[in-house]
Ligand binder design. Sequence first.
Ligand SMILES: [Zn+2]
Length: 466
Amino acid sequence: MSWPPKYDLSYVPPGSAEHWDKRLETMPPPERDAVILEKLRGQVRYAWERSGFYREFWDDAPVDPANLQSLDEFAQLPILTKEEVRQEQEAHPPYGRFLCVSPEEVYRIHGTSGTTGRPTVFGISRGDWDRISEAHARILWGAGIRPADTVMVAAVFSLYVGSWGALVGAERLGATCFPFGAGAPGQTERAVEWAEMVKPAALYATPSYALYMAETAREMGIDPRTDFAFRVMFFSGEPGASVPATRQAIEDAYGCYVVDQGSMAEMTPWMTNGGCRHLERGMHLWQDIVYTQLVDAETHELTPMGGEGVPVYTHLERESQPMIRYWSGDIARWEMIDCACGRTYPTLTSGIYGREDDMLIIRGQNVFPSRVEDVLRGWDEFGGEFRMVVERERGYLDRLTVQTEVSAGVWAAAGESGPQGLEALRGQVGDTLRRALGVGVSVELKPEGEFERTQFKARRVIDRRE
Ligand SMILES: [Zn+2]
């Protein structure tokens, strides 16, 4: 097999086909391991020969990167962290010595926003861009999107590669693309008007944004179920699409089904954790495009199926800036399940439900904001948005306060007495949260509309501990 693989960019399966590439997607896992190893050997040897960074990084490795013999040998290469990528790029700007093509061969530059430190730069070659579009088309096919569909991308088009990946995948698949964008003042109202007029079948956005768009539509007198025509929504960038209550809220609001996707921008093609149209929750790991290993957060040993760990990702066909054994810092659980789609990939059955650094440790308990979101969205009186405030009492005891909006109707019914009239309700929510989280929680009720609606990645945790 030649590496990197070349794809026929005019190929599209018949619309009735369940799979884009039935052989690759449904082969027995041991056979797939052989496919992965073959691609991995090509990818790792290539990086070893061309990247000054990996040359140094693997210098002490107990295996020969130029001639890997097994997936077990591969697992002995060191894990690469975001911090190491940052330091390398700082020392050798802009790409670090990750770049394995000449700078003139970089076709697109993307990156992280760098809101929490030095941004990370991604140089992407033309060949890689084509392979990204191929991979995303294949995964969108699995999500049930077909060439006759119109795909609306209501997410920001910027350095952030998420929206672009959704766009090129939809283009490659032969769908009608509607790159709407997001983030400008008044743009959500415009999105509602356009979605009503164009009637796209598919939406790419963040889960928070889809909920916000439904709320905006209702305020404008537009019913998201009957006045739009969304059949499928696919999401990345937030865990919500695998949070049962959030997913249900979106499906109920639009009368569509939801597909969760996404790994990390560094790993573009990033939809290689991707649900299918049959999967009720979670994401398949499209292992022959990006190879994902779930490992123990402490020991870095491979997590057995059924266990919880941190996804570590490896490109299998990236010639420009390959990431090999890249530590995501996310937390997920993997299992082999029988999905109606027939794919034989492992599945992150609850999606990505936490990040090591989002995960709050409160009085020794691990608390994930996505769990709080799940409880609140399952509650009839919920007003749509919440915040979690963590403080330290008397210098050593953690205290978690969940500030949650209650729906306008419930708030109004409490009338003049305000929050005091809602005391019983507050008690109920507090009990439910305490049971779900296993830690004590104070609850403050707020009127609907109190908190800013998050259009992008939800930032709902306020940690005031020193
Ligand atoms: Zn499936």
